[in-house]
Design a protein around this ligand. Structure first.
Ligand code: PA5
Length: 430
């Protein structure tokens, strides 16, 4: 079995903090017995078990049909209706896919996750000349950003392909019964997938919200869910703190927070994990940050950001800890050539792989940051694949819920998100 390992390299620094595990054990029992706050939003816990072969088949079939008629698939959505799919697709796909000839799967582009007018106009310029399909995703069906983008896309699609063909190029993912998108999808006879009632947006990547776009991009959604299932089995089976990595991670975060470490910098040394960190930020930020409490989730890609944020991390305000997503193996090998003149002085590295040097940078940085009083948690995966991403997704969802319960907040609501909307609607005169 592929395992996700939690390393606390500077165990000495942590040990005095862990005087009792009772807080996290209580949170764990609340979560698995489904008696804690927000327990009507715990559908994500059993999702990996519950996705039926017929749903997989329908998702894969729809993905194939959309892909067959499209060079581009536009995924419309924001927050939890966007970040999970993008996190997985960008982690797995060739970073220069758009420039490769003979690509078999469509390019996935995203819309409705901002109100950038220039961005959306540029997207329409592409859609003028490329064949495309649209997946529109909104659980509430009423979120402004994706609704605006979809109105524009729908009109464009109908003008380009005609009403009847456009209807076959649009798939909606929304609530089973309510919301404007549900109404529109029914009126327009769009193929529709349902977001379960008891799964909130940021916990929805393993529903059609994430699975359909990921399948459209050509990735194996069964493997992704299987990874999540392995992690689920592991976390449900191991109820003791010393065997349960989600309990360990959640407790360490909580103890560090209580010690004044109010910011968690999530770091990856692989640039393709950028959007995975964006997904993490939403999951933890919206789940923890309420009632005047919560760790602020931030993200960085190293070694890139060591050349921008590195100084601050090493010597700035001492209020952060670091969580490193470490990838043990690269998929490819790019040799460093031997150079007879060695003018750049790099021949000493010639026997090493770039990934080995990257891991050495990780180790050197860990030692430096620990000595600068930035505690370091290392979560290692063997490689980046559907399975390991599935494991990580479930691991973080579970840990996040535990952390929310330890803070005594409801990790499944987001009342604060309404404040900007209320002002915006008032200012717009709605
Ligand atoms: O986690 C959440 O619930 C939110 O971030 C939502 O995903 C986000 O606001 C989008 O909502 P909706 O899917 O209703 O358009």
């Amino acid at each position: 079995m592929i395992t996700t390992k939690l390393h606390t390299q500077d165990a000495q620094a942590f040990l005095p903090l862990v005087t009792t595990t009772s807080d996290v054990e209580k949170a764990y029992q609340e979560l698995i017995s489904k008696t804690g706050k927000g327990n009507d939003f715990l559908g994500w816990i059993d999702l990996p078990e519950e996705i039926t072969p017929s749903l997989f088949a329908e998702l894969n079939h729809t993905a194939k049909e959309l892909a067959a008629q499209s060079e581009v698939i536009v995924v419309v959505g924001i927050g939890g209706s966007y970040l999970g799919a993008r996190a997985v697709i960008e982690a797995l796909q060739h970073p220069f896919k758009a420039l490769l000839p003979h690509e078999k799967t469509p390019l996935i582009l995203f819309a409705g996750n901002s109100m950038g007018e220039d961005y959306h106009k540029a997207l329409m310029d592409v859609l003028d000349i490329k064949d495309y399909a649209v997946i529109v995703i909104s659980k509430s069906g009423t979120t402004t950003e994706p609704a605006i983008a979809f109105r524009i896309l729908k009109e464009h699609c109908e003008k380009k392909y005609g009403k009847t063909s456009a209807q076959k190029r649009i798939v909606a993912i929304t609530d089973e019964k309510k919301g404007a998108l549900k109404k529109l999808a029914t009126e327009e006879n769009y193929q529709t997938f349902i977001i379960p009632d008891d799964v909130g947006g940021r916990y929805s990547v393993l529903t059609p919200v994430g699975l359909l776009p990921i399948a459209c991009a050509g990735f194996n959604i069964e493997k992704l869910v299987n990874g999540a299932k392995k992690m689920r089995d592991n976390l449900i089976q191991h109820q003791a703190f010393d065997k349960n990595i989600a309990m360990q991670y959640a407790l360490l975060r909580y103890l560090l927070y209580r010690e004044g470490k109010k910011l968690e910098l999530v770091v990856a040394y692989e640039p393709q994990l950028f959007f995975f960190i964006e997904w993490f930020k939403q999951l933890f930020g919206e789940s923890d940050g309420k009632e005047g409490k919560g760790i602020f989730p931030a993200g960085a890609i190293f070694s890139t950001d060591l050349h921008s944020l590195g100084q601050y991390i090493q010597e700035g305000e001492r209020n952060m800890f670091e969580t490193v997503l470490s990838v043990e193996k690269a998929d490819c090998h790019l040799p460093i050539p031997f150079d007879n003149n060695d003018l750049d002085g790099l021949n000493y590295l010639q026997q090493k792989t770039i990934h080995e040097i990257n891991l050495t940078a990780e180790e050197g940085t860990r030692l430096a940051h620990i000595s600068g009083n930035v505690p370091n948690i290392r979560i290692a995966i063997p490689n980046i694949s559907e399975e390991t991403l599935g494991e990580l997704i479930y691991f973080f969802e579970f840990s996040c819920a535990l952390g929310g319960y330890m803070l005594n907040v409801n990790p499944f609501d987001q009342p604060g998100v309404e404040a900007y909307k209320t002002n915006m609607f008032r200012l717009l005169g709605r």
